[in-house]
Design a protein around this ligand. Structure first.
Ligand code: SF4
Length: 114
């Protein structure tokens, strides 16, 4: 009986701890990935990313669901991106304070002027 009570107490403590982590926003698929340094990466659960169907890699685009995507389009050559050639992560005017993958894409894509 004593074991049962202590197990209950342990489960209760675990549930409280998990709830606190969720409330703090530190657990869950929606949390943006912290970059090693610099601004956080746009996460798949970011509401704006969901609205714009952002993907971290154009390899993951379902072209049947995203007919506006054309091969060769990616964040690195998008008008909205801010960064240097060769950067793996670039700023995006649609995601202020965060960075997107240079190999990513979203519905906001517009080609840079040649
Ligand atoms: S607007 Fe352009 S740079 Fe920003 S996430 Fe979409 S495709 Fe990438």
């Amino acid at each position: 009986m004593k074991d049962l009570l202590s197990r209950r107490q342990a489960l209760k403590s675990l549930a409280c701890g998990a709830g606190a982590l969720l409330a703090a926003g530190t657990v869950g698929a929606d949390a943006a990935k912290p970059a090693a340094s610099g601004p956080p990466h746009v996460g798949a659960g970011d509401p704006m990313a969901v609205a714009l169907a952002y993907v971290e890699s154009v390899q993951n685009i379902d072209v049947k669901k995203m007919p506006s995507y054309k091969p060769g389009q990616k964040c690195a050559n998008c008008l909205q991106s801010v960064g240097k050639d060769g950067d793996a992560w670039v700023g995006c005017k649609l995601f202020p304070g965060k960075v997107v993958s240079a190999e990513g894409w979203c519905r906001g894509y517009a080609p840079k002027a040649a």
